[in-house]
Ligand binder design. Structure first.
Ligand SMILES: OC[C@H]1O[C@H](O[C@H]2O[C@H](CO)[C@@H](O)[C@H](O)[C@H]2O)[C@H](O)[C@@H](O)[C@@H]1O
Length: 617
């Protein structure tokens, strides 16, 4: 079983694939992120679908990298007889979102290398064997709604319901292969020259990366931030502007455990935070597209706003299990859909308002409907912010009056007040100020435990929550406030394990799931941010460097980390973790990064681009 960090991500903003160090693509959903997988070996065995291209020699030495500033992966295999590279990428498809190609090019570098290809297509999440036909360009695979064409000039052989080929690559030779997806009721599409497509793809990514505005920081941090930005971009679904939390489902939060969830959807929280990070790097187009997606997704009654949607804005995301998949490292069940879609999580209003506030600061074009939507959502939030909810961690236990949920309700009204004060928006600002101040007082009265000298996870409880680390970052109280300092100290004592932060204690909090989980990487970055804000720069830098050291060889992070096993855990790569990396790098660089600050008056650490005012939504 490959470790999670043995995978690389390639994608084309329609879907994405995970490529193992051994040259095997073990995860690919087509034609979009949330479609059924046609390669699901990641969550089962090779019989659930994969595409492996590698030397016949099992002892080949493997190194890999992304071509600089791109999402094009290059794996280098060295054997006793020579060396080859395997270049993997997914070209962007401008014309038709239903056409998705995966391109693989083997290039001979030295001597000659005997290679093997094995392709096992299993549509419908790794269970449906397709009907395979020979074509002059390779093979065609059809089952139900799905079809794919293999374009490969190789001696293909069918055996054991898989396609195999043996071939030798000599120095200077190039052997391209393409798997091209199309809906089965339509004709296959033309596959362009692969070398030209590679050049186009490399150029496209380099131009995209060139647009990033990153503050001065050590080169290693800069490279890490660039890789994180590329990874966030790979999680966007171009046709609608939605952003998925991760491209995978059911990579476990504990090896062998049942905390396995489907992240191939657009959470208002995760996508708003992703956008915040992209916007602060100067990516306004993505922000505009996401705002349009959001407007369409939440359109209608504010009472029906969900915490997450499908990438097309779908609301019905029923959760079910796939019993034919044994699970990553036998972690069952494998789930598709996500029951959290029906939960109430009050913090999402704050994430949303905060990101739209940043968009105003970045002078995103005025949009009256967007502001009207915010006014309507605030009116709804005013009626619900006191209610118990499932909180930022989407617990499946009893609803609680979570302190973090109320903190973010405060953020929502604070940013609305700023919109009127600084950006010429109109609304009942005196009333919003009063609601904001009432929430502040409520949290300080009910969310703080004087004996513990700490804010607590929920009113009436005595447990801790890493979400409270965001208090100074969003501007609720300064890091110098003794209550905030007390909370940081309590979290250091109570939620830190092996130097990383748990989001909460699974012993102290009934999250309705059971079992343990790893350290939550985003929360560990939040602690580093809190250290920066408290003036503890050495502690912040040390924690940041530690977290940087947990990335895989390509700079990718999953959701959680198991310090005892020394392994990444959870869905991969996860937007939350990469957002954390970008924010903390910016904060440490000392240039008012995207750490969310109180919107009014002070904003001492904000980017100039985010401070300039404009009107509207
Ligand atoms: O641990 C229980 C919950 O875990 C998932 O939620 C987590 O991932 C979300 C997407 O990144 C994130 O928004 C949330 O804050 C995290 O707790 C899962 O999606 C839930 O269904 C599950 O209950």
């Amino acid at each position: 079983m490959r470790r999670i960090e043995d995978y690389a991500l390639i994608g084309n903003m329609l879907s994405a694939a995970l490529v193992g160090r051994d040259g095997s693509i073990d995860w690919l959903c087509l034609p979009r992120f949330d479609s059924p997988a046609c390669f699901a070996a990641l969550l089962g065995s090779e019989d659930n679908g994969r595409w492996k291209v590698a030397p016949v020699d099992p002892d080949a030495r493997v190194t890999r990298r992304y071509l600089e500033d791109t999402a094009v992966l290059e794996t280098r295999f060295e054997t006793a007889t020579g060396a080859v590279t395997l270049t993997d990428f997914m070209p962007r498809s401008e014309e038709d979102a239903a056409h998705v190609d995966v391109v693989r090019i083997v290039t001979g570098i030295e001597g000659e290398v005997a290679m093997a290809m094995q392709l096992t297509v299993r549509f419908a999440h790794g269970c449906t064997v397709p009907w395979v036909q020979r074509k002059d360009y390779g093979l065609s695979f059809v089952a139900g709604p799905d079809a794919a064409e293999l374009h490969a000039d190789l001696p293909l052989e069918g055996r054991d319901l898989s396609t195999w080929a043996r071939f030798t690559v000599r120095a200077g030779e190039r052997v391209p292969m393409t798997l091209a997806y199309h809906p089965s009721h339509r004709k296959p599409h033309f596959v362009d020259d692969r070398i030209e497509t590679l050049d186009r793809t490399v150029t496209w990514w380099r131009e995209w990366v060139c647009r990033a505005q990153t503050p001065a920081m050590p080169p290693a941090w800069h490279d890490a931030v660039t890789r994180s930005l590329i990874t966030l971009k790979l999680l966007t679904y171009a046709p609608t502007g939605a952003i998925v939390a991760a491209p995978t489902t059911s990579l476990p939060e504990a090896l062998g455990g049942s905390r396995n969830w489907d992240y191939r959807y657009c959470w208002v929280r995760d996508s708003a935070l992703t956008l915040y990070a992209l916007l602060n790097a100067g990516y306004r187009e993505e922000a505009e597209q996401w705002r349009q997606w959001l407007l369409r997704a939440v359109a209608g009654s504010p009472h029906q706003m969900q915490i997450m949607y499908g990438i097309g804005g779908e609301r019905w995301l029923p959760e079910y299990e796939l019993p034919w998949l044994s699970g990553y490292a036998n972690s069952r069940p494998v789930r598709v859909g996500n029951g959290a879609a029906g939960q109430m999580q009050i913090d999402v209003y704050g994430e949303l308002m905060d990101t739209l506030h940043a968009a105003r600061g970045a002078e995103l074009q005025t949009q009256a409907e967007a502001w009207q939507m915010q006014v309507t959502l605030l009116a709804h939030l005013e009626t619900i912010w006191r209610e118990p909810d499932q909180g930022i961690w989407e617990t499946r236990g009893p609803p609680r009056a979570y302190t973090h949920s109320r903190l973010m309700a405060w953020v929502a009204f604070d940013r609305a007040v700023a919109a009127v004060e600084h950006h010429g928006c109109t609304g009942p600002v005196d009333h919003w100020r009063a609601v904001r101040d009432a929430i502040h007082a409520d949290i300080c009265t009910h969310g703080f435990d004087a004996q513990m000298n700490s804010f607590v996870q929920y009113y009436g409880g005595r447990s801790l929550d890493a979400g409270l680390l965001l208090m100074p970052q969003v501007g609720f109280l300064p890091a110098s406030d003794p209550r905030v300092a007390g909370t940081i100290a309590a979290i250091e004592r109570g939620l830190m394990k092996d130097g990383l932060v748990q989001r909460y204690s699974t012993d102290a909090t009934d999250d309705g799931v059971g079992g343990e989980e790893g350290a939550f990487l985003a929360c560990s970055f939040w602690l580093a941010d809190a250290y920066v804000m408290a003036g503890r720069h050495d502690d912040a830098a040390a924690l940041f460097e530690r977290l940087m050291g947990l990335r895989n060889d390509l700079g990718l992070l999953s959701e959680e980390y198991d310090m005892a096993a020394g392994r990444q855990l959870g869905n991969f790569p996860q937007a939350f973790s990469h957002i954390g990396l970008i924010n903390t790098a910016h904060n440490l660089a000392g240039t008012h990064g995207p750490a969310r600050q109180r919107a009014k008056r002070e904003a001492p650490r904000r980017r100039a681009s985010v401070d300039r005012g404009n009107r509207g939504g």
